[in-house]
Design a protein around this ligand. Structure first.
Ligand SMILES: *Cc1c(COP(=O)(O)O)cnc(C)c1O
Length: 387
């Protein structure tokens, strides 16, 4: 044991030296897009509460009602007595919202990705995954045992090269991508991906974690915006971001959902989500449908901020509420983030392994709370910090 202790200490010391050590900071208060840590308040640019729904009165009211009716927990897994009618209501609503036949709620987006991929694919299959896909997708692929091919980010000629060479050697094949990439804020060329999946006889899975609630006429996501829901076999997402709640989901055909109820280990072997959060998630979908001004205002502010940064000479990527400013060097990024924190903005340096080596960055998550005045001030403060 002493040996392991020493190894761990050495590991952590090296992390610290390389500017890669991480630690947790307690948030004492959270309101209107601000957080309080110790004795200082910050504008929170690190949260995924894009539409401010986590404090929406309707979500809070519905949570409370569900607690009064069902108590604080579901107290069992879905296959035992934890399948409350609320879970079923949510899944019906979700299937409609996502324009698919059926839907299934998982305990988080992470649970969803590992459960879906590991259940549907195995050793004789292959999976083609965008190099920047989220860790939960990567873990699902590793867990499945399928052959894992990574294609360069949004590089469809690289993908087709791999498909040409490898597809025939395997039984089933999956192409998996995100609809808004979590660290780059950009999107895939979905129509061309669908073309390739048909040409090479694959299924396609789309992770809409950062797009749901924000893109599409009804706020359902990029698949809706591009009218491709019926071409996407596995439409995955989470309630934990713009929907201000918690839990992941898959929208797909009825037979795939039935299969996952029977085989999805992360679905079966975990207590189902508490009634309060399920009711909150139900209310969130209603708000997304009823209050389109939220996503319209957010996207208008996004444009304003991106324009302000460009005007201040900064080089940013993407085209969404996620605004990455690539600063490359780890230590430099850590120092910049500290300077920006001093000015009252809560922003953390994003470093490897979350992003590729030499691609450290500052990543701004814009929410509805960040009005144009705050955004302009931030753009000017960034310039002053020497970004
Ligand atoms: C956040 C995220 C997840 C995980 O969702 P949780 O509900 O937070 O577990 C999965 N995929 C992507 C792309 C994400 O950004």
């Amino acid at each position: 044991m002493a040996g392991l202790d020493l190894q761990i200490k050495e590991f952590l010391r090296k992390k610290e030296e390389a500017g890669l050590f991480r630690s947790l900071k307690p948030v004492l208060q959270r309101h209107d897009g601000r957080i309080r840590l110790k004795d200082k308040e910050y504008f929170d640019f690190s949260s995924n509460d894009y539409l401010g729904l986590s404090s929406h009165p309707k979500l809070i009211e519905e949570s409370k009602k569900a607690i009064d009716k069902f108590g604080s927990a579901s107290s069992a897994s879905r296959l035992l007595s934890g399948s409350l009618y609320l879970h079923h209501l949510l899944e019906e609503k979700l299937a409609c919202f996502k324009n698919k036949e059926s839907a299934l709620v998982f305990n988080s987006g992470y649970h969803a990705n590992i459960g879906i991929i590991a259940s549907l694919y195995a050793g004789q299959d292959c999976i083609f995954s965008d190099r920047l896909n989220h860790a939960s997708i990567v873990d699902g692929i590793l867990l499945s045992g399928a052959r894992f091919f990574r294609f360069k980010h949004n590089d469809l000629s690289h993908l087709e090269e791999l498909l040409k060479k490898e597809r025939n050697k395997f039984k089933n094949a999956l192409i998996v991508t995100e609809s808004i990439f979590s660290m780059d804020g950009d999107r895939p060329r979905l129509k061309e991906l669908v073309y390739l999946k048909e040409k090479y006889d694959c299924q396609i899975m789309l992770d809409e974690a950062h797009a749901t609630g924000i893109f599409g006429h009804n706020g359902s996501g990029i698949a809706e915006e591009e009218g491709l829901e019926n071409k996407i076999d596995l439409l995955m997402g989470t309630f934990s971001k713009a929907l201000g709640g918690y839990g992941g989901y898959l929208a797909a055909s009825k037979v795939i959902i039935e299969y996952l109820v029977n085989t999805g280990r992360s679905f079966i072997y975990s207590t189902s989500l508490p009634p309060s959060i399920i009711s909150s998630n139900l209310a969130a979908i209603e708000i997304i449908e009823k209050e389109p001004w939220r996503r319209k205002d957010l996207l208008a502010n996004v444009q304003y901020f991106r324009h302000a940064l460009n005007k201040n000479g900064m080089n940013i990527k993407g085209e969404s509420q996620i605004v990455p400013l690539i600063t490359k060097d780890n230590l430099k990024t850590v120092k910049l983030a500290e300077r920006i924190q001093e000015k009252g903005y809560w922003l953390l340096p994003i470093r490897p392994p979350t992003v590729p080596v030499n691609q450290a960055r500052l990543r701004f998550s814009l929410t509805l709370y960040h009005n144009k005045e705050i955004l302009q001030r931030l753009a000017d403060d960034l310039k002053e910090c020497g970004v």
